[in-house]
Ligand binder design. Structure first.
Ligand code: AMP
Length: 124
């Protein structure tokens, strides 16, 4: 069920629970600003999610309210994860779903990293 990108943050969402260690994830990387883990239902050979550690519902919420340090940390974290996964030379795709038209289902900002194979058209 797509969520409203402007809704208040709900700290019972599944990614908040992963951040608190209440449910497991296949962790790829973690630093002060981000956590990266494998998507539970991969849509490509490699499908990693990167989330900021702060309580932000969506790209809209994050780009409005996050500090410069959080924004820089998140962007650098996404780049770091892709680099460490060996995706720079073959190439990869980033995707953030926002709100109902974007099909966002989890109300904690996340960027999808897809790679490991040619990814085809941008929108099927
Ligand atoms: P979105 O539609 O952009 O909100 O994507 C949510 C993504 O989270 C989907 O690709 C799901 O497969 C993924 N997902 C949901 N629950 C988990 C979980 N417990 N661990 C890892 N990925 C998850």
């Amino acid at each position: 069920m797509p969520i409203d990108a402007a809704q208040p943050y709900d700290d019972t969402n599944i990614f908040a629970r992963i951040l608190r260690g209440e449910i497991p994830s296949k962790k790829v990387y973690e630093d002060d600003h981000v956590l990266a883990f494998h998507d539970i239902n991969p849509q490509a050979t490699l499908h990693i999610l990167v989330i900021p550690k702060g309580p932000y519902v969506s790209w809209d919420d994050f780009s409005t309210k996050a500090s410069d340090a959080e924004i820089a940390g998140f962007i650098r974290g996404v780049g770091h994860v892709a680099r460490e996964a060996g995706l720079v030379e073959p190439g990869y795709r980033l995707l953030a779903n926002i709100g109902p038209h974007g099909g966002q289902e989890v109300p904690h900002l996340h960027v999808h990293i897809f790679g490991g194979e040619p990814l085809g058209r941008m929108i099927a």
